[in-house]
Design a protein around this ligand. Structure first.
Ligand code: 5AD
Ligand code: SF4
Length: 443
Protein backbone atom coordinates (compact mmCIF):
# COMPACT_ATOMS: atom_id res chain seq x y z
CA UNK A 1 0.00 0.00 0.00
CA UNK A 2 1.36 3.37 -0.90
CA UNK A 3 2.15 6.00 1.67
CA UNK A 4 -0.06 9.05 2.02
CA UNK A 5 0.57 12.78 2.28
CA UNK A 6 -1.51 15.66 3.56
CA UNK A 7 -0.54 19.30 3.00
CA UNK A 8 -1.90 22.23 5.01
CA UNK A 9 -1.43 25.60 3.30
CA UNK A 10 -1.64 29.08 4.78
CA UNK A 11 -1.40 32.43 3.03
CA UNK A 12 -1.38 33.70 -0.51
CA UNK A 13 -1.51 32.22 -4.02
CA UNK A 14 2.26 32.07 -4.02
CA UNK A 15 1.99 29.58 -1.15
CA UNK A 16 -0.89 27.70 -2.75
CA UNK A 17 1.30 27.15 -5.80
CA UNK A 18 4.27 26.20 -3.66
CA UNK A 19 2.13 23.53 -2.03
CA UNK A 20 1.49 22.22 -5.55
CA UNK A 21 5.25 21.96 -5.98
CA UNK A 22 5.57 20.17 -2.63
CA UNK A 23 2.82 17.76 -3.73
CA UNK A 24 4.78 17.17 -6.95
CA UNK A 25 7.88 16.20 -4.95
CA UNK A 26 5.91 13.88 -2.65
CA UNK A 27 4.14 12.14 -5.53
CA UNK A 28 7.45 11.60 -7.29
CA UNK A 29 8.55 9.85 -4.08
CA UNK A 30 5.52 7.55 -4.32
CA UNK A 31 3.20 9.24 -1.83
CA UNK A 32 -0.51 9.66 -2.61
CA UNK A 33 -2.79 12.43 -1.38
CA UNK A 34 -5.21 11.98 1.50
CA UNK A 35 -7.72 14.49 2.85
CA UNK A 36 -7.48 12.99 6.35
CA UNK A 37 -4.64 13.85 8.68
CA UNK A 38 -5.20 10.59 10.59
CA UNK A 39 -4.53 8.59 7.40
CA UNK A 40 -1.28 10.33 6.57
CA UNK A 41 2.28 9.10 6.66
CA UNK A 42 3.55 12.63 6.21
CA UNK A 43 1.86 15.95 7.02
CA UNK A 44 3.44 19.11 5.59
CA UNK A 45 2.56 22.57 6.89
CA UNK A 46 3.28 25.29 4.35
CA UNK A 47 3.20 28.35 6.58
CA UNK A 48 2.75 32.10 6.16
CA UNK A 49 4.02 34.89 8.40
CA UNK A 50 2.71 38.04 6.74
CA UNK A 51 0.49 38.85 9.74
CA UNK A 52 0.45 37.55 13.29
CA UNK A 53 -2.88 35.77 12.89
CA UNK A 54 -1.49 33.63 10.03
CA UNK A 55 1.23 32.45 12.41
CA UNK A 56 -1.19 31.82 15.26
CA UNK A 57 -3.36 29.79 12.96
CA UNK A 58 -0.43 27.53 12.04
CA UNK A 59 0.72 27.27 15.67
CA UNK A 60 -2.76 26.10 16.67
CA UNK A 61 -2.95 23.49 13.92
CA UNK A 62 0.55 22.14 14.47
CA UNK A 63 -0.07 21.93 18.23
CA UNK A 64 -3.24 19.94 17.62
CA UNK A 65 -1.15 17.12 16.11
CA UNK A 66 0.59 16.22 19.36
CA UNK A 67 -1.86 13.42 20.14
CA UNK A 68 -1.82 11.94 16.64
CA UNK A 69 1.97 11.88 16.61
CA UNK A 70 1.91 9.98 19.94
CA UNK A 71 -0.48 7.43 18.49
CA UNK A 72 1.45 7.19 15.21
CA UNK A 73 5.13 7.75 16.01
CA UNK A 74 6.12 6.93 12.41
CA UNK A 75 4.06 9.82 11.06
CA UNK A 76 6.42 12.47 9.70
CA UNK A 77 5.57 16.08 10.47
CA UNK A 78 7.29 18.66 8.28
CA UNK A 79 7.00 22.44 8.57
CA UNK A 80 8.11 24.77 5.80
CA UNK A 81 7.24 28.09 4.20
CA UNK A 82 7.63 31.68 5.30
CA UNK A 83 7.44 31.11 9.05
CA UNK A 84 10.36 28.70 9.27
CA UNK A 85 12.37 31.11 7.13
CA UNK A 86 11.94 33.87 9.75
CA UNK A 87 14.99 34.55 11.91
CA UNK A 88 14.88 32.54 15.13
CA UNK A 89 11.52 30.89 14.35
CA UNK A 90 12.83 27.35 14.05
CA UNK A 91 14.02 27.58 17.67
CA UNK A 92 10.59 28.74 18.79
CA UNK A 93 8.95 25.91 16.84
CA UNK A 94 11.40 23.34 18.18
CA UNK A 95 10.64 24.36 21.77
CA UNK A 96 6.89 24.60 21.34
CA UNK A 97 6.46 21.48 19.22
CA UNK A 98 9.31 19.01 19.88
CA UNK A 99 7.48 16.42 17.76
CA UNK A 100 8.16 18.22 14.46
CA UNK A 101 10.49 15.99 12.39
CA UNK A 102 11.55 18.22 9.51
CA UNK A 103 11.85 21.98 9.02
CA UNK A 104 12.70 23.60 5.70
CA UNK A 105 12.33 27.13 4.33
CA UNK A 106 11.09 29.00 1.27
CA UNK A 107 14.59 29.07 -0.18
CA UNK A 108 15.21 25.30 -0.18
CA UNK A 109 11.80 23.87 -1.01
CA UNK A 110 13.36 21.71 -3.70
CA UNK A 111 15.38 19.87 -1.06
CA UNK A 112 12.36 18.35 0.63
CA UNK A 113 12.95 14.88 -0.85
CA UNK A 114 16.52 14.78 0.45
CA UNK A 115 15.38 16.00 3.88
CA UNK A 116 12.71 13.29 4.11
CA UNK A 117 15.23 10.60 3.17
CA UNK A 118 17.69 12.00 5.72
CA UNK A 119 15.04 11.95 8.44
CA UNK A 120 14.15 8.34 7.66
CA UNK A 121 17.80 7.46 8.26
CA UNK A 122 18.25 9.27 11.56
CA UNK A 123 16.35 9.68 14.81
CA UNK A 124 17.31 13.31 15.18
CA UNK A 125 15.04 15.97 13.63
CA UNK A 126 16.20 17.51 10.38
CA UNK A 127 16.28 21.32 10.31
CA UNK A 128 17.74 22.90 7.20
CA UNK A 129 17.01 26.50 6.35
CA UNK A 130 19.00 28.29 3.65
CA UNK A 131 19.93 31.85 4.65
CA UNK A 132 20.40 33.33 1.22
CA UNK A 133 18.62 32.74 -2.06
CA UNK A 134 20.45 30.62 -4.61
CA UNK A 135 19.95 30.12 -8.33
CA UNK A 136 16.34 29.65 -9.42
CA UNK A 137 15.32 26.00 -9.37
CA UNK A 138 12.78 24.79 -11.93
CA UNK A 139 10.06 22.43 -10.70
CA UNK A 140 9.22 20.03 -13.51
CA UNK A 141 6.07 18.53 -12.11
CA UNK A 142 3.96 20.57 -9.70
CA UNK A 143 0.80 18.64 -8.87
CA UNK A 144 -1.86 21.20 -9.73
CA UNK A 145 -5.10 21.21 -7.81
CA UNK A 146 -6.80 24.29 -9.19
CA UNK A 147 -7.93 23.30 -12.70
CA UNK A 148 -8.95 25.20 -14.85
CA UNK A 149 -6.69 27.82 -13.27
CA UNK A 150 -2.93 27.53 -13.14
CA UNK A 151 -0.40 29.66 -11.29
CA UNK A 152 2.93 30.32 -12.93
CA UNK A 153 5.79 32.01 -11.07
CA UNK A 154 7.61 34.55 -13.17
CA UNK A 155 9.86 35.74 -10.37
CA UNK A 156 10.66 35.20 -6.73
CA UNK A 157 11.56 37.49 -3.84
CA UNK A 158 11.15 41.19 -3.29
CA UNK A 159 13.54 44.16 -3.14
CA UNK A 160 11.13 46.79 -1.91
CA UNK A 161 11.30 46.65 1.86
CA UNK A 162 7.98 48.33 2.53
CA UNK A 163 8.46 49.18 6.18
CA UNK A 164 5.67 46.89 7.49
CA UNK A 165 6.47 43.86 5.37
CA UNK A 166 8.38 40.72 6.25
CA UNK A 167 8.36 39.26 2.72
CA UNK A 168 11.82 40.56 1.67
CA UNK A 169 13.29 38.92 4.79
CA UNK A 170 11.75 35.51 4.18
CA UNK A 171 11.81 35.30 0.40
CA UNK A 172 15.12 36.93 -0.45
CA UNK A 173 15.99 39.31 -3.27
CA UNK A 174 14.24 39.46 -6.63
CA UNK A 175 15.13 36.75 -9.11
CA UNK A 176 13.38 36.43 -12.47
CA UNK A 177 12.73 33.12 -14.18
CA UNK A 178 14.01 32.73 -17.72
CA UNK A 179 11.36 33.77 -20.29
CA UNK A 180 11.69 30.51 -22.24
CA UNK A 181 10.93 28.47 -19.11
CA UNK A 182 7.85 30.57 -18.37
CA UNK A 183 6.58 30.49 -21.96
CA UNK A 184 7.14 26.74 -22.30
CA UNK A 185 5.29 26.15 -19.05
CA UNK A 186 2.32 28.23 -20.21
CA UNK A 187 2.27 26.50 -23.62
CA UNK A 188 2.22 23.13 -21.89
CA UNK A 189 -0.59 24.21 -19.54
CA UNK A 190 -2.70 25.53 -22.40
CA UNK A 191 -2.15 22.31 -24.35
CA UNK A 192 -3.25 20.36 -21.28
CA UNK A 193 -6.51 22.35 -21.22
CA UNK A 194 -5.89 24.97 -18.51
CA UNK A 195 -8.03 28.03 -19.20
CA UNK A 196 -6.67 30.68 -16.90
CA UNK A 197 -3.00 31.41 -16.36
CA UNK A 198 -1.97 33.73 -13.53
CA UNK A 199 1.57 35.06 -13.69
CA UNK A 200 2.85 35.44 -10.15
CA UNK A 201 5.46 37.70 -8.57
CA UNK A 202 5.61 40.00 -5.54
CA UNK A 203 6.13 42.88 -7.92
CA UNK A 204 5.67 41.71 -11.51
CA UNK A 205 6.68 45.08 -12.96
CA UNK A 206 10.26 44.53 -11.89
CA UNK A 207 10.48 41.31 -13.91
CA UNK A 208 13.77 41.31 -15.78
CA UNK A 209 15.18 44.34 -14.00
CA UNK A 210 17.86 42.05 -12.59
CA UNK A 211 19.14 41.97 -16.20
CA UNK A 212 19.10 38.22 -16.44
CA UNK A 213 16.18 37.75 -18.80
CA UNK A 214 16.59 40.23 -21.65
CA UNK A 215 12.88 40.99 -21.37
CA UNK A 216 10.69 43.44 -19.50
CA UNK A 217 7.41 42.42 -17.88
CA UNK A 218 5.42 44.04 -20.70
CA UNK A 219 7.37 41.98 -23.25
CA UNK A 220 6.91 38.80 -21.27
CA UNK A 221 3.18 39.47 -20.94
CA UNK A 222 2.96 39.96 -24.70
CA UNK A 223 4.77 36.67 -25.36
CA UNK A 224 2.42 34.82 -23.04
CA UNK A 225 -0.71 36.48 -24.45
CA UNK A 226 0.32 35.64 -28.01
CA UNK A 227 0.26 31.91 -27.32
CA UNK A 228 -2.56 30.38 -29.38
CA UNK A 229 -5.71 29.10 -27.74
CA UNK A 230 -8.75 30.20 -25.78
CA UNK A 231 -7.54 31.05 -22.31
CA UNK A 232 -7.29 34.01 -19.96
CA UNK A 233 -4.14 35.65 -18.63
CA UNK A 234 -3.90 37.39 -15.27
CA UNK A 235 -0.92 38.79 -13.44
CA UNK A 236 -0.26 39.81 -9.88
CA UNK A 237 0.96 41.78 -8.00
CA UNK A 238 1.66 45.16 -9.61
CA UNK A 239 3.39 47.81 -7.50
CA UNK A 240 2.10 51.37 -8.06
CA UNK A 241 5.63 52.73 -8.02
CA UNK A 242 6.45 50.66 -11.14
CA UNK A 243 3.12 50.06 -12.91
CA UNK A 244 3.35 51.61 -16.36
CA UNK A 245 1.76 52.32 -19.70
CA UNK A 246 3.80 49.66 -21.53
CA UNK A 247 1.88 46.98 -19.67
CA UNK A 248 -1.47 48.66 -20.40
CA UNK A 249 -0.57 48.91 -24.10
CA UNK A 250 -0.05 45.15 -24.17
CA UNK A 251 -3.38 44.63 -22.37
CA UNK A 252 -5.04 46.78 -25.02
CA UNK A 253 -3.67 44.56 -27.80
CA UNK A 254 -4.69 41.21 -26.31
CA UNK A 255 -8.29 40.63 -25.19
CA UNK A 256 -7.25 37.42 -23.47
CA UNK A 257 -5.51 39.49 -20.79
CA UNK A 258 -8.13 40.15 -18.11
CA UNK A 259 -8.97 43.83 -17.81
CA UNK A 260 -8.16 43.70 -14.14
CA UNK A 261 -5.12 45.01 -12.32
CA UNK A 262 -4.32 44.19 -8.72
CA UNK A 263 -2.66 47.40 -7.59
CA UNK A 264 -2.26 47.48 -3.81
CA UNK A 265 -2.50 51.08 -2.58
CA UNK A 266 -2.08 50.28 1.16
CA UNK A 267 -3.08 53.80 2.27
CA UNK A 268 -4.66 56.95 0.88
CA UNK A 269 -2.50 59.27 2.96
CA UNK A 270 0.77 60.59 1.56
CA UNK A 271 2.47 60.79 4.94
CA UNK A 272 1.55 57.17 5.73
CA UNK A 273 2.64 56.05 2.26
CA UNK A 274 5.97 57.69 2.94
CA UNK A 275 6.28 56.05 6.35
CA UNK A 276 5.44 52.75 4.66
CA UNK A 277 8.30 53.33 2.19
CA UNK A 278 5.94 52.80 -0.74
CA UNK A 279 7.64 55.43 -2.93
CA UNK A 280 4.51 56.84 -4.61
CA UNK A 281 1.89 59.40 -3.68
CA UNK A 282 -1.90 59.24 -3.84
CA UNK A 283 -1.69 61.65 -6.80
CA UNK A 284 0.57 59.24 -8.70
CA UNK A 285 -1.85 56.43 -7.88
CA UNK A 286 -4.82 58.41 -9.21
CA UNK A 287 -2.77 59.19 -12.31
CA UNK A 288 -2.18 55.49 -12.97
CA UNK A 289 -5.87 54.66 -12.60
CA UNK A 290 -6.65 57.46 -15.03
CA UNK A 291 -4.06 56.22 -17.53
CA UNK A 292 -5.44 52.66 -17.28
CA UNK A 293 -9.06 53.75 -17.70
CA UNK A 294 -8.31 56.14 -20.53
CA UNK A 295 -6.82 53.29 -22.54
CA UNK A 296 -9.15 50.56 -21.29
CA UNK A 297 -12.41 52.16 -20.13
CA UNK A 298 -13.88 48.93 -18.82
CA UNK A 299 -10.78 48.02 -16.79
CA UNK A 300 -11.21 47.37 -13.08
CA UNK A 301 -8.76 47.60 -10.22
CA UNK A 302 -8.49 45.59 -7.02
CA UNK A 303 -6.32 46.57 -4.11
CA UNK A 304 -4.91 45.81 -0.66
CA UNK A 305 -5.29 48.30 2.19
CA UNK A 306 -3.74 48.38 5.65
CA UNK A 307 -5.33 50.38 8.47
CA UNK A 308 -3.84 51.25 11.83
CA UNK A 309 -0.26 51.66 10.61
CA UNK A 310 1.92 53.46 13.24
CA UNK A 311 1.12 57.16 13.43
CA UNK A 312 -2.02 56.87 11.30
CA UNK A 313 -4.30 59.71 12.42
CA UNK A 314 -8.06 59.89 11.89
CA UNK A 315 -7.31 62.38 9.11
CA UNK A 316 -4.95 59.87 7.42
CA UNK A 317 -7.59 57.17 7.72
CA UNK A 318 -10.22 59.43 6.16
CA UNK A 319 -7.86 60.01 3.24
CA UNK A 320 -7.93 56.24 2.68
CA UNK A 321 -11.73 56.25 2.73
CA UNK A 322 -11.70 59.13 0.28
CA UNK A 323 -9.36 57.29 -2.08
CA UNK A 324 -11.49 54.15 -1.91
CA UNK A 325 -14.59 56.12 -2.88
CA UNK A 326 -12.82 57.90 -5.72
CA UNK A 327 -11.20 54.84 -7.27
CA UNK A 328 -14.27 52.61 -6.99
CA UNK A 329 -12.35 49.34 -6.70
CA UNK A 330 -13.82 46.09 -7.99
CA UNK A 331 -12.82 44.69 -4.61
CA UNK A 332 -10.36 45.43 -1.85
CA UNK A 333 -8.58 43.22 0.66
CA UNK A 334 -8.43 45.06 3.94
CA UNK A 335 -6.02 44.33 6.78
CA UNK A 336 -5.23 45.59 10.24
CA UNK A 337 -1.56 46.45 10.52
CA UNK A 338 0.34 43.68 12.27
CA UNK A 339 3.85 44.45 13.58
CA UNK A 340 6.41 41.99 12.24
CA UNK A 341 9.65 41.48 14.08
CA UNK A 342 12.69 42.76 12.22
CA UNK A 343 10.76 45.27 10.06
CA UNK A 344 11.22 49.04 10.39
CA UNK A 345 7.59 49.73 11.24
CA UNK A 346 7.68 47.39 14.23
CA UNK A 347 10.25 49.75 15.80
CA UNK A 348 8.25 52.92 15.14
CA UNK A 349 6.82 54.92 18.01
CA UNK A 350 3.10 55.63 18.10
CA UNK A 351 1.80 52.17 17.40
CA UNK A 352 -1.98 52.51 17.13
CA UNK A 353 -4.19 51.05 19.87
CA UNK A 354 -6.19 47.94 19.12
CA UNK A 355 -9.47 49.77 19.75
CA UNK A 356 -8.72 52.41 17.14
CA UNK A 357 -7.52 49.76 14.68
CA UNK A 358 -10.70 47.76 15.17
CA UNK A 359 -12.89 50.81 14.72
CA UNK A 360 -11.13 51.76 11.48
CA UNK A 361 -11.17 48.29 9.96
CA UNK A 362 -14.88 47.96 10.70
CA UNK A 363 -15.65 51.26 9.03
CA UNK A 364 -13.49 50.44 6.04
CA UNK A 365 -14.95 46.97 5.57
CA UNK A 366 -18.42 48.49 5.68
CA UNK A 367 -17.49 51.03 3.02
CA UNK A 368 -15.79 48.47 0.77
CA UNK A 369 -18.73 46.10 1.10
CA UNK A 370 -21.24 48.77 0.21
CA UNK A 371 -19.23 49.69 -2.89
CA UNK A 372 -18.79 46.10 -4.05
CA UNK A 373 -22.48 45.40 -3.43
CA UNK A 374 -23.40 48.40 -5.55
CA UNK A 375 -21.08 47.10 -8.28
CA UNK A 376 -22.74 43.68 -8.16
CA UNK A 377 -26.18 45.26 -8.55
CA UNK A 378 -25.03 46.85 -11.79
CA UNK A 379 -24.43 43.39 -13.25
CA UNK A 380 -28.12 42.45 -13.09
CA UNK A 381 -29.54 42.09 -16.59
CA UNK A 382 -26.12 41.92 -18.23
CA UNK A 383 -24.56 38.99 -20.04
CA UNK A 384 -21.11 38.01 -18.79
CA UNK A 385 -18.56 35.41 -19.72
CA UNK A 386 -17.74 33.08 -16.86
CA UNK A 387 -15.02 30.48 -16.65
CA UNK A 388 -16.61 27.61 -14.75
CA UNK A 389 -14.33 26.49 -11.92
CA UNK A 390 -16.28 24.22 -9.66
CA UNK A 391 -19.56 22.73 -8.52
CA UNK A 392 -21.07 23.82 -5.21
CA UNK A 393 -22.70 20.73 -3.71
CA UNK A 394 -24.65 22.68 -1.10
CA UNK A 395 -26.15 25.12 -3.56
CA UNK A 396 -26.47 22.54 -6.33
CA UNK A 397 -24.96 25.12 -8.69
CA UNK A 398 -21.86 25.47 -10.83
CA UNK A 399 -19.69 28.49 -10.19
CA UNK A 400 -16.97 30.45 -11.91
CA UNK A 401 -15.59 33.93 -12.32
CA UNK A 402 -15.70 36.65 -14.91
CA UNK A 403 -12.53 38.42 -16.00
CA UNK A 404 -12.88 40.84 -13.08
CA UNK A 405 -12.90 38.01 -10.58
CA UNK A 406 -16.62 38.33 -9.82
CA UNK A 407 -18.15 35.00 -8.80
CA UNK A 408 -21.16 33.79 -10.80
CA UNK A 409 -23.40 30.80 -9.96
CA UNK A 410 -25.59 28.91 -12.42
CA UNK A 411 -27.53 25.72 -13.06
CA UNK A 412 -26.26 23.40 -15.73
CA UNK A 413 -27.14 19.83 -16.75
CA UNK A 414 -23.62 18.73 -17.57
CA UNK A 415 -20.23 19.12 -15.93
CA UNK A 416 -19.20 22.59 -17.06
CA UNK A 417 -15.92 22.85 -15.14
CA UNK A 418 -13.27 24.25 -17.46
CA UNK A 419 -15.77 25.73 -19.92
CA UNK A 420 -16.32 29.38 -20.75
CA UNK A 421 -20.06 30.03 -20.58
CA UNK A 422 -22.30 33.05 -21.06
CA UNK A 423 -24.58 33.92 -18.17
CA UNK A 424 -27.42 36.36 -18.04
CA UNK A 425 -27.22 37.79 -14.52
CA UNK A 426 -30.60 37.65 -12.80
CA UNK A 427 -29.67 38.40 -9.20
CA UNK A 428 -26.82 39.76 -7.12
CA UNK A 429 -26.20 38.82 -3.53
CA UNK A 430 -23.33 40.68 -1.86
CA UNK A 431 -20.31 39.92 -3.99
CA UNK A 432 -21.89 36.88 -5.70
CA UNK A 433 -23.90 36.88 -8.90
CA UNK A 434 -26.54 34.39 -9.98
CA UNK A 435 -27.39 33.87 -13.62
CA UNK A 436 -29.01 31.80 -16.32
CA UNK A 437 -26.97 29.90 -18.81
CA UNK A 438 -27.52 31.29 -22.29
CA UNK A 439 -28.35 28.88 -25.11
CA UNK A 440 -25.35 27.83 -27.14
CA UNK A 441 -23.20 29.67 -24.69
CA UNK A 442 -20.41 27.15 -24.59
CA UNK A 443 -17.52 29.02 -26.12
N1 5AD B 1 0.30 43.93 8.49
C1 5AD B 1 -0.86 43.96 7.81
N2 5AD B 1 -0.96 43.71 6.50
C2 5AD B 1 0.18 43.42 5.83
N3 5AD B 1 0.41 43.14 4.54
C3 5AD B 1 1.72 42.90 4.37
N4 5AD B 1 2.36 43.04 5.54
C4 5AD B 1 1.42 43.37 6.48
C5 5AD B 1 1.47 43.65 7.86
N5 5AD B 1 2.61 43.63 8.54
C6 5AD B 1 -0.65 43.14 3.51
C7 5AD B 1 -0.38 44.18 2.42
C8 5AD B 1 0.01 43.33 1.25
C9 5AD B 1 -0.81 42.09 1.48
C10 5AD B 1 -0.37 40.88 0.74
O1 5AD B 1 -0.70 41.89 2.88
O2 5AD B 1 -1.56 44.87 2.17
O3 5AD B 1 -0.29 43.93 0.00
FE1 SF4 C 1 5.97 43.30 0.93
FE2 SF4 C 1 6.16 45.67 -0.29
FE3 SF4 C 1 7.48 43.52 -1.28
FE4 SF4 C 1 4.80 43.65 -1.46
S1 SF4 C 1 6.27 45.06 -2.45
S2 SF4 C 1 6.03 41.86 -0.81
S3 SF4 C 1 4.24 44.69 0.43
S4 SF4 C 1 7.86 44.52 0.68
Amino acid sequence: MSKKYHIVTYGCQMNVHESEKIAGILRRMGYEETKEKEDSDIIVFNTCCIRENAENHAFGNIGALKKLKKQKPDLLIAVGGCMTQEKGKTDVLKKKFPFIDIMFGTLNLEELERLIIKKRQQKKKVIEIREKEGEIVEFPDPYRTSYPNAWVNIMYGCNNFCSYCIVPYVRGRERSRKPENIINEVKKLVAEGYKEITLLGQNVNSYGLDNTTGMTFAELLESVASIEGKFRVRFMTSHPKDFNEDVVKVMEKYPKICRLVHLPVQSGSNSILQAMNRRYTREKYFGEIEMLKSRLPKAEVTTDIIVGFPEETEEDYLQTEDLVKKVDFASAFTFVYSPRQGTKAAEMENQISEDVQKDRIMRLVELVNSLTRAKSEKYVGKIVEILCEDYDEKKGLYLGRDEFGRMGYFKCDHNAVGEFVLLKITRANGISLFGELQDDSRL
